[in-house]
Design a protein around this ligand. Structure first.
Ligand SMILES: O=C(O)[C@]1(O)C=C(c2cccc(Sc3ccccc3)c2)[C@@H](O)[C@H](O)C1
Length: 145
């Protein structure tokens, strides 16, 4: 059975509570429930976490080496700034999909930069909460290739 980690970065704990016009009204708890139901369907185990702290996200990625088969990472704003997260993903050697609720490429210029994409298996963005289950499907397809 594949073991997946879904990791969410800063401010995503407030998802659905503010800026619904950009990020929708779905809460992070709703996203987790949807992902856990989809994990059952796929027959995979799932850990789901969120942190506002870059170091905690790095620690979770380090811990995934040798224990998780794949990571889905919505690093939030750290996507656009964090060489440390890029290095952690690279060193963990666990296939990682970069995930965004919004289409970052259609937004402000600064959101077009991604340090995560440089070391990711692939990027899914713009599909809202559905992006998480799309990423799960893509990761399992990759692991079963
Ligand atoms: O689209 C995303 O999922 C993204 O990763 C998420 C982000 C993000 C940024 C701020 C807040 C939130 S969640 C939220 C939204 C409104 C109010 C409070 C929190 C997400 C952005 O930093 C990224 O550029 C894009």
């Amino acid at each position: 059975m594949h073991s997946l980690l879904i990791l969410n970065g800063p401010n995503l704990n407030l998802l659905g509570l503010r800026q619904p016009e950009v990020y929708g009204r779905t809460t992070i708890a709703d996203v987790e429930a949807m992902c856990r139901a989809h994990a059952e369907t796929l027959g995979v185990s799932l850990d789901f976490a969120q942190s506002n702290h870059e170091g905690a996200l790095i620690d979770a990625i380090h811990a995934a080496r040798g224990t998780k088969d794949g990571i889905i990472l919505n690093a939030g704003a750290y996507t656009h700034t964090s060489v440390a997260l890029m290095d952690a993903i690279s060193s963990a050697e666990v296939p990682t999909i970069e995930l965004h609720l919004s289409n970052v490429h259609a937004r402000e210029e600064f959101r077009h930069v991604s340090y995560i994409a440089k070391v990711a298996l692939g990027v899914i963005c713009g599909f809202g909460p559905r992006g998480y289950t799309l990423a799960m499907d893509a990761l399992v397809s990759h692991l079963d290739r």
